[in-house]
Design a binder for this molecule. Sequence first.
Ligand SMILES: Cc1cc2nc3c(=O)[nH]c(=O)nc-3n(C[C@H](O)[C@H](O)[C@H](O)COP(=O)(O)O)c2cc1C
Length: 215
Amino acid sequence: MDLDQLLSKHLTRYFDPGKTIPEETLQQLLRFLRSTPSSVNVQPNHFYVLATPEGKERLATNLGERFRDNAEKILNASHTIILTTRADLPDSHLEAVFDKERADGRFPDAAKQELWESMTRDFLSLRTYGYKDLNHWMEKQTYLAMGLTMMAAAELGVEATPLEGFDPTSVDKAFKIRESGRTTTVLLALGYPDPERVYTTPISRFDADQLFTFM
Ligand SMILES: Cc1cc2nc3c(=O)[nH]c(=O)nc-3n(C[C@H](O)[C@H](O)[C@H](O)COP(=O)(O)O)c2cc1C
């Protein structure tokens, strides 16, 4: 990955419909996505990986009336991932996280695991009853996973464009997402740019002195 090149680059709006991410590269990217961290290891996500024309078509035709512009991006992208997040956090989910941590041997001894579980429950109680932002907080974890995956995609030479332009009710319905206790947070289109339609103008960002305070 060439960081200097990345920092002056527009996100891809026009994908080349003739190019597909090689299976090995896709699997590597998904392994990376699976490995991304979340606060207290809450892992609130499920990812729908749309690889077939039917899957992409289903998403493209269910973005909602005002978001039709994004349909072409999805249809021309090699793959699009629907990143979904839990709408709530039932105890069964938490138990599943702890069971998996035990099975994976995350902590060297049972006492440490128990301490961790009680700290996690404490923190989640604070989010639920104190900050009252449990769902918003879980969606932040989703954005972190997406951001890291965008960087991993760049490393693999794959373009990754996040899409917030969609109606979550419509997408959830089309993929029966709410039936699993989750809702769509954001989409990530993946593929290769159409060389005829790459933006060549400079990107526009605030100057460094407006962004950074050194103390
Ligand atoms: C979280 C996120 C969501 C975005 N959603 C869309 C989208 O739905 N459709 C779209 O065309 N661009 C989308 N973009 C692209 C931004 O509009 C774009 O990155 C921004 O205007 C800066 O333009 P540049 O990447 O060309 O410099 C999204 C970008 C981010 C980071």
